[in-house]
Every structure is written in C-alpha cells, then in structure tokens.
Design a protein around this ligand. Structure first.
Ligand code: AMP
Length: 428
C-alpha cells in the first residue's frame, strides 16, 4: 500500500514509524513532515492546510490510504474532499469533527444525553456572559467555541480575569471566529486522563490509557501548551473507571451521534478528569493526541494499518489490539519560550547517541534537515520515549536519553511521569 500521513509533528513521526513496520506498507509519504519522518518516509512539500494540493497529490501518486494527523484539516472537511474523489482517508468527516471543533456542539450533545461533564452555559453575547460571571463563584473556566491551537481555554481565578478574557475572545476577536461563542463552565478538581478509541461509526476499540502534561513548567506551572510529556498507562485509571467510561461516555456518545445522523469514523479521544464525584469529560478530540501517541504506539504490538482500515470499513469490532505490558514515558524537548515566542535554527547534537540506548525511540516534531545537520524548526522539537518494566524505569531511561541530546535554548520538564508515580488512584 501507498500511504500518505498528513502533518509535521511528533504524532505524525510516531504514526509513520508505526505504519512503516507494517508488512502491507510499500511506500509512505509525509506532508510536510520533519527531519525524522524524512529518514523513514518521503517528505513532500505540501502544508497540512493546503487541502486541494493534498487531494491532487493523493490522486496523482495513487495513494491507497491517507492518515490525517492534526485537527485543523479535519475541521475544514479534508475527509469530505477525499471521499468526493473516492480516495480512502482515515479520520472523521467535517460534521463528525465538530465534536472537537465546536465546544458548544460537544456540550449540547453531552447535556442532551446526560454524559457527565462540567456544568456549563453557552454565550454569544458578551454582556450576558459578563452578567453571568458576576453571579458565579470563582474559579470559572472560559472556553472559546472553536479551535484555538490549544490556547482557547482560560481558567479565570477572579472576576477581573474573567472580564478581560470575555472581552478578548468576544469583542477583540483574539481567536477570530472561534471566539464568537464561548462556553463558561465550572472548574473541576481532579487528575486528568486520555482514553483513545478507534471508532468505526457503530463500534469502538479502546487503546491503552495515557496521561499528558499540558503545562510548560515543572509542578504544573506556567501556561498550557500542546503537551510537554506523556505516560502510558495512566496510573489514575482502573477497570472500574473503564466500565464507567464505556457505559456513561463512549456508548452514549456514539448512540447520540448516530441519532443526529452523524457517523464518526476515526480516532475519538475524550479528555477526562477523575474527580471526587466520578469521571467527567473535559473535551472531545477527533484525532490522535500529541504527545500521547508517542507514548501509546511504542506499546502497541499489533499492526496499526489493518486497525485503521477496519475503522474505515466499519468492522473494528472484529479487531483486538495487543499491547506491550511495559510502561512508556515520553519527554518533550521544546525551544525556550514555547508556547510563546522562541528561536529556531539551532543545531541539535546527540540524537544518534540517544537512539542507541535500548528501549528508546526518538520522535521528531519541529526539526528540519540542513545538509548533514538537524536543526530546530518549531516550539516542540523532539519527543523522547522510553519503555520500561515500571513507570519509574521508563522515566529513568527517557531522561537518560534526554541527557544525551543538546541544542541551544532547549527546555524540558524534569517531572514528566513523576506525579504518575506519586499520585494515588482517586477513590470513587
Ligand atoms: P480542553 O481543551 O477543554 O481540554 O481544556 C484544556 C485544559 O484545560 C484541560 O486539559 C484541563 O487541564 C483544563 N480544563 C478544561 N476544562 C476544565 C474544567 N472544567 N475544570 C478544570 N480544568 C479544566
């Protein structure tokens, strides 16, 4: 098979890395890819946002399967465009992708089907939103309706922050159309967990649990980022939570989408929080997580390619996924300043040395090849994953590999998976 993977992050490198191990994969293209995907696949100079060029490439190069990494092309309807040209592609169509691209849509779906989530109200008028905040207790969580590169969620600790946030989103259009409507919801206390599911419309198969670390700095301080590290399995997860998750969240979500005439085919991953009152949905994502994918795929023993095909063909219920019992820890190396301003073009050394360590896999994100050198080219630069018999062992090995790698103005968290080691499972 000829496969095209769309995107240029660590998630896409992990997808390419996993797919190229399949005996069914002949040739893999990555658009636009990074220095890491360029080593194991053919990078093509087409951006993930250039939907027409991607369709043309797939047609002209007789691509058998396209796998879409990021959320934006899904929200923009890339799957619908591919389908119109009879091209096979993995991911939800535009109407199903709304579960991620519109927080209002997701909230209404959850409310209508009593799926446990934070109490929330939706506003399209800033004065109404301001009046509502005046009656409420803080902290409150204010969310832009649409996609905002992970920056559209603000936890307002007081009314001054809430007022400024509402004004920025709704009046100053900081996120453009994405902030035309907002959701204001109660702040939930607990530990977070990501569950990934391959969904074929009617059925689903769960992947292993994972946790990511969203804040930029140690001790969960600093701004929210795309993710600074991950661990799988999540140690705040257990079989009781899993049963609750399937009965109260996964099954009703799929039923309610079908009732609306929406067929979700692709990867659905609800971001969850385990609170003292049980499990709650924070958000739905309609694609593989980044950096969760970099922790999950090294643990997946099964071939990913037939799983993606079964998802598209509607028979994922016939599939089971085999997992490595070992734990995986992923540490993200970023450019200092990320998620704000940062410099690029710094030479990276030590990659080969780090890759020689046993049970270590290095996934590239913002990297670029420049002659015989690899240079930084983005905010998140690398994701270093290690497997180990325990989370502690995986963590130690991941940081050993990180210590081999060097570039100017490199920043990474020192406490990835440390809370996973210390946290207790929340008693329900
Ligand atoms: P979202 O994009 O909705 O997942 O929000 C991004 C992050 O904001 C989540 O991973 C949580 O860390 C935090 N968050 C979102 N909603 C809430 C909430 N209701 N209570 C507490 N934290 C939240």
């Amino acid at each position: 098979m000829r496969i095209l993977v769309i995107g240029s992050g660590g998630r896409e490198h992990a997808l390419v890395w996993k797919l190229q191990q399949s005996p069914y994969a002949d040739r893999i293209f990555c658009a636009p890819g990074n220095a890491g995907t360029g080593e194991i696949a053919e990078n093509i100079p087409v951006r993930a946002s250039d939907l027409q060029a991607l369709v043309s490439f797939a047609k002209e190069n007789r691509v058998d399967l396209t796998v879409v990494g990021p959320d934006d092309p899904l929200a923009a309807g890339i799957i619908d465009l591919f389908a119109a040209e009879k091209l096979r592609a993995f991911g939800p169509d535009k109407s199903a992708a709304r579960i991620e691209s519109s927080k209002v849509f997701a909230k209404e779906l959850m409310r209508a089907h009593k799926i446990p989530t934070a109490e929330a109200r939706t506003f399209s008028d800033s004065n109404e939103a301001l009046r509502y905040c005046e009656q409420m207790k803080f902290p409150l969580v204010i969310k832009a309706d649409g996609l905002a590169l992970g920056k559209g969620v603000i936890i307002a600790g007081d009314s001054a922050t809430a007022r400024a946030t509402i004004d920025e989103m709704m009046n100053q259009h900081r996120f453009g159309d994405a902030g035309r409507r907002i959701v204001i919801e109660e702040f939930l206390q607990g530990t977070e967990c990501s569950m990934h599911a391959l969904v074929d419309g009617k059925h689903y198969v769960l992947l292993e649990s994972a946790r990511d670390h969203k804040r930029a700095l140690d001790g969960d301080q600093g701004p929210n980022t795309g993710g600074m590290g991950a661990v799988s399995p999540a140690n705040n997860w257990n079989s009781e939570l899993q049963s609750q998750f399937e009965a109260q969240i996964m099954q009703p979500v799929l039923r309610s989408l079908l009732e609306k005439g929406v067929t979700f085919r692709g990867l659905l991953y609800p971001g969850l929080i385990v609170t003292g009152d049980g499990l709650r949905v924070l958000e739905f994502n309609c694609r593989f997580g980044d950096p969760e994918t970099q922790a999950l795929l090294p643990r997946m023993k099964s071939d990913l390619l037939p799983l993606l095909e079964a998802t598209i063909d509607g028979n994922i219920d016939k599939c089971a996924i085999e997992w490595d019992a070992r734990a995986a820890v992923t540490v993200v190396l970023a450019s200092t300043g990320y998620p704000g301003k940062y410099e690029t073009g710094k030479s990276i050394s030590g990659l080969d040395h780090a890759a020689e360590l046993e049970n270590v896999q290095i996934f590239h994100a913002g990297t670029k090849r420049d002659g015989d050198q690899v240079k930084t080219a983005g905010g998140r630069v690398l994701a270093v994953t290690a497997l180990g018999a325990t989370i502690e062992a995986a963590r130690a090995r991941a940081y050993e590999a990180v210590s081999c790698i060097c570039f100017e103005k490199c920043h990474y968290r020192r406490d990835i998976a440390l809370n996973a080691v210390a946290d207790n499972v929340t008693e329900l």
